[in-house]
Design a protein around this ligand. Structure first.
Ligand SMILES: Cc1cc2nc3c(=O)[nH]c(=O)nc-3n(C[C@H](O)[C@H](O)[C@H](O)COP(=O)(O)OP(=O)(O)OC[C@H]3O[C@@H](n4cnc5c(N)ncnc54)[C@H](O)[C@@H]3O)c2cc1C
Length: 485
């Protein structure tokens, strides 16, 4: 049985940041486990047409790994190249086992170790686990009536079949979130007809994309100038929290008016305008950035079905709508999101006294700094509960979590101890504070149902504040909140 100081689960930016930081601490006895045949996470997996980041790339990147971006909002190809650049630069391929799906982890109290089961059989052990299995990594397809009877082609945006030629085909896309908003304009010009099934419209804002000129790219290869741009983007985006949390007036002024104007500028048909206008406060769900979505809805070969004309059933030929129309189709694209709220970890986690994380999280997922939970020693959850961020880069938060994780591991080793465990009252007080603050945010009060909320109705995906506050907390390690054994 192979044994490691640290096992990292997942090879996306979370796993990569963990590995880079462990090496900086002089810990090279670690292994990355990745369930896919390839490394890289989100941007290696999501190859659907139009896939691109919606946070400016100089910010949506690892702080210590600047890159020569070709445009402000990088597309999937470039993001995958960046991911591979980071992986190769830090020699992470040699430290990774691909096609290694973690099927269970279990804490052994007597040995101060985690048993890690992969592919339902092989067992490895590790003193520490860094779970970086991704907040949006396990796609979900709702159980539509008749779903499996469809004789045509179907797939989730997360598993786009590149061998399938959608050109000239009759296509339906189910869903209207961030991925759908990218796929729709990308494929609409090439398909015979596209039916879009939208349960709820999202607010859409203009996308301030920009292709860097050669001289600008040269300028940005200067680390200081790159850093200045990154900072400017960061602080610009951070102001959005004022609207999300502190001022409805600012939210309306900075975002609401702009989004309403965007609809009017791009759509002339009043009925279509009505269909795409949300009935909740902007920001309550993730705001979509797009200049091409509304023009796509205006095309003659695109039909937008709103919730008054939803899916009655899926059948052999296609989709029957609630108004009784039969749509014969060649392809159904599911853009129906991820198991993101109540199942943030993709495998069973069994802690002290046989308690599972799923049991502990039965009411709603919760963790100290979104990272550690009482009863689960030496386990760190990257992008755990309440670490999501709607206004800035997820990588910023991942890197902030690394401050806490690395310090915790260091403390155990320096003290000659075997394990660290967050105290129950410290976790309870942290979680209480998070949800008190959450009550002030648009995610809780904005009148929408989103994947930010758990079944309990609590918003468990988002951090209710400025991202610099979270980073400050992660840098300020509180010994008294932990037990060392
Ligand atoms: C389409 C899409 C667009 C996005 N756009 C943005 C954006 O614009 N801005 C932003 O800030 N964030 C965005 N995100 C969120 C994105 O998830 C984060 O930005 C970031 O990539 C998360 O990195 P990660 O390493 O935590 O997760 P991931 O990149 O998802 O990596 C997790 C890895 O863990 C592996 N894994 C999971 N379970 C197991 C298991 N049981 N055993 C072994 N391996 C496992 C997965 O295969 C995957 O490779 C987007 C997400 C998606 C899906």
């Amino acid at each position: 049985m192979s044994s490691y100081t640290v096992i990292i689960i997942g090879s996306g930016f979370g796993g990569q940041c963990a590995a880079i930081n462990l090496h900086k601490q002089g810990i090279d006895d670690y292994l990355i486990l990745e369930r896919r045949e390839f490394m890289g996470g989100t941007w290696a997996q999501n190859t659907y047409p139009g896939a691109a980041v919606d946070v400016q790339s100089p910010l949506y990147s690892i702080e210590s790994e600047p890159y020569n971006w070709s445009q402000m909002f990088a597309e999937q190809n470039e993001l995958r190249e960046y991911t591979n650049y980071v992986i190769d630069k830090h020699g992470l391929r040699d430290k990774t086992r691909t096609s290694a799906n973690v099927s269970k982890i279990q804490w052994r109290d007597d040995e101060n170790q985690w048993l890690v089961e992969i592919n339902d059989g092989e067992i490895l052990t590790a003193q520490f686990i860094v779970n970086a299995s991704g907040p949006l990594s396990t796609p979900v397809i709702p159980d539509f009536k008749g779903r499996d009877t469809f004789k045509g082609k179907s797939f989730h945006t997360n598993n786009w079949d590149q061998s399938y030629d959608y050109k000239g085909k009759r296509v339906a896309i189910i869903g209207s979130g961030a991925s759908a908003a990218q796929v729709i304009p990308a494929i609409a010009p090439d398909v015979d007809h596209l039916h879009v099934f939208q349960r709820t419209p999202h607010w859409v804002m203009p996308r301030p994309d920009y292709v860097f000129k050669n001289w600008q790219r040269k300028l940005l290869s200067n680390k200081f100038i790159y850093r200045m741009l990154r900072e400017a983007i960061y602080w610009g985006l951070e102001t959005r929290v004022i609207g999300f949390k502190y001022s409805d007036f600012m939210l309306e002024l900075l975002a609401g008016r702009k989004a309403r104007r965007h609809i009017k500028n791009q759509i002339k048909d009043p009925q279509l305008q009505k269909k795409v206008t949300p009935d909740f406060t902007i920001g309550c769900k993730r705001v979509i950035l797009s200049d091409t979505l509304y023009p796509a809805f205006c095309r003659d070969n695109v039909t937008l079905h709103d919730k008054t004309d939803g899916i009655s059933e899926i059948n052999e030929q296609g989709i029957k709508t609630e108004s009784g129309e039969q749509l014969d189709l060649d392809l159904i694209i599911y853009s129906t999101g991820y198991d993101a709220t109540d199942g943030v970890i993709s495998y069973p986690v069994i802690g002290q006294q046989g308690k599972t994380l799923a049991d502990v999280w039965a009411d709603y997922p919760r963790a100290y700094l979104g990272t550690s939970a009482p009863g689960f020693p030496n386990l760190f959850i990257v992008t755990g509960p309440n670490t999501g961020i709607g206004h800035t880069s997820a990588i910023f938060i991942i890197e902030a979590q690394m401050n806490y994780i690395m310090r915790a591991i260091k403390e155990v080793r320096q003290r000659g101890k075997q394990r660290i465990e967050v105290k129950p009252q410290a976790e309870a007080s942290y979680t209480g504070h998070i949800h008190d603050e959450m009550a002030k945010t648009v995610w809780q009060t904005g009148g929408c149902n989103s994947w930010y909320k758990s079944k309990s109705g609590k918003v468990i995906a988002m951090f209710p504040g400025f991202s610099f506050t979270f980073r400050r907390w992660t840098k300020n390690f509180r010994e008294k909140d932990h037990d060392f054994v």
